[in-house]
Structures are given as structure tokens and as C-alpha cells.
Design a binder for this molecule. Structure first.
Ligand code: PEP
Length: 252
């Protein structure tokens, strides 16, 4: 089948503020006028989603969030619900980013709960999976990625992956300047697709699997050229409009 339409999603993490996001978003918008070839999303801190929604209205660039509560509503001080995200036209929500897994103790079951909650509110999860350096060195990459994937598969079933995006993000490559080689990325992306194909080959063929981990303007093209790499989840380089735009162009 022909390759899936690429998606490039910015993950601002806990960066930017109102003053800096406005010129950043406006420059991205201006650089993507007439773009029909690649889907683009910006996952911003939740506090800025109202501003982002307004600025992106009518552009085709999707609004995304970086995290959400697994609960629908209630006494969860400091948390943000899917209902709240829905108020701001949020389309994508990242689930299970490695920073949430490692710094906020989000385990596979919690990530699976978040994934299910996001879908129950009609938004699209971007499920992050990926191994630590020590796990790669111990030859455990596939085992770790399979475990992270299987937690979601057993809770939500393979059909749920027809409305989801997966991001393979080797933890050792995130924010480190070390990128997986295009062959390393392809190997794991293919493994993920095959694991889904064991349950449903159509869903496996259709799902977008993004690569994340120090994607930059100068390495994006070769990573995105690989058969099973359908775009990227971009951290650091998404904070500079020119860099992010170059990465979007590389995904065409
Ligand atoms: C990320 O946080 O999802 C990410 C890929 O970050 P960076 O591009 O900075 O490595």
C-alpha cells in the first residue's frame, strides 16, 4: 500500500509562555500556508490551549495536549480532564511520554487507562513507547516496547489502534542530541507494526508510527524516508519555527 500521510507533532514540554508562543505559532502558520502534504500538530502546555486553539483556527494545524488525567472528573486536585481538553478543540493527546513514565511514575497500566480515557472523549492518543539505553544494551528493546504496547492492547483491544498514533521514542535519544540511526528506527517501527498485524493487519498497515528523539532539520529526511516511519514527535526543535518548518518539509 502507499505510505500513510505523515504527521509531524510538536511537543513543547514545559517551555514557552504567552509572549513567546504567539510569534512561534504565527511563524509556523505562515510557513505552512498551502500545506496539504503533511499533517501537523502542536502539543502545548494545557494552560495555553485556549490561545493555541484561537491562533490555529482554520489553519488545518491540529491542537494537542501533552498529558491528561485517566479519570473523567472529580476530586483530583491539579489534574486536567479530557472534558476540559475537549472545550478547546484538542485533537491529539500524548500518552505515556517517557518523561511522564520516569519522572511521574506512570506505569504501563496507568498509560493504558489514559489511552482509553482519551479515546472515550473522542480524541486521538499519541502513545509513546521506547526503551532506556540500559535496556537496549541488554538486548531488551523489543521486549520493552512489546510490554508497553500490550498493556494498551489488552485494555482497549486492537480496534482502538485505528484511532491512535504511536510514537517510538528511544529514551536515550530524547533531548540528548543522540538520534537513533534510520535503520534502528525502522527496525523497531517494523516490529511495532508486525505486533499489531498479529491481531489485525489492516489496522497495522494504517496506523502512523512516529519517530521521536532528537529529530532535527538535518536528520529528519533520512529518518522519515524509512518504510515504517510516518513522521515525528519533535521536542527541542519544535521551539524554533524555522527548524520545525524544515522538519515538516522533510516529511512531505
Ligand atoms: C520528545 O520529548 O518527545 C522528544 C522527541 O524530544 P527531543 O526532540 O527534544 O529529543
Amino acid at each position: 500500500m502507499s505510505k500513510r500521510q505523515s504527521l509531524v507533532a510538536a511537543n513543547w514540554k514545559m517551555n514557552s509562555n504567552l509572549a513567546s508562543m504567539k510569534p512561534l505559532v504565527d511563524a509556523i502558520k505562515a510557513g505552512l500556508v498551502d500545506n496539504n502534504d503533511v499533517d501537523v500538530a502542536i502539543c502545548a502546555p494545557s494552560l495555553y490551549l485556549p490561545e493555541l486553539e484561537q491562533r490555529l483556527a482554520g489553519t488545518g494545524i491540529a491542537v494537542g495536549a501533552q498529558n491528561v488525567s485517566e479519570h473523567e472528573a472529580g476530586a483530583f486536585t491539579g489534574e486536567i480532564s479530557t472534558t476540559m481538553l475537549n472545550d478547546f478543540n484538542c485533537h491529539f493527546v500524548i500518552a505515556g511520554h517517557s518523561e511522564r513514565r520516569s519522572m511521574y511514575a506512570e506505569n504501563d497500566e496507568l498509560v493504558a487507562d489514559k489511552f482509553a480515557q482519551i479515546q472515550s472523549a473522542a480524541m486521538v492518543p499519541i502513545l509513546c513507547v521506547g526503551e532506556l539505553l540500559s535496556e537496549r544494551e541488554a538486548g531488551l528493546t523489543e521486549e520493552v516496547v512489546a510490554r508497553q504496547l500490550d498493556a494498551v492492547l489488552s485494555k482497549s483491544g486492537v480496534a482502538a489502534f485505528s484511532q491512535a498514533v504511536i510514537a517510538y521514542e528511544p529514551v536515550w535519544a530524547i533531548g540528548t542530541g543522540k538520534t537513533a540511526s534510520k535503520e534502528q528506527a525502522q527496525e523497531v517501527h517494523e516490529f511495532i507494526r508486525q505486533r499489531l498485524a498479529q491481531q489485525d493487519s489492516t489496522i497495522a498497515a494504517g496506523i502512523r508510527i512516529l519517530y521521536g528523539g532528537s529529530v532535527k532539520a538535518d536528520n529528519a529526511k533520512e529518518l522519515f524516508s524509512m518504510t515504517d516511519v510516518d513522521g515525528g514527535l519533535i521536542g527541542g526543535a519544535s521551539l524554533k519555527a524555522n527548524d520545525f518548518l524544515a522538519i515538516c518539509r522533510a516529511a512531505r
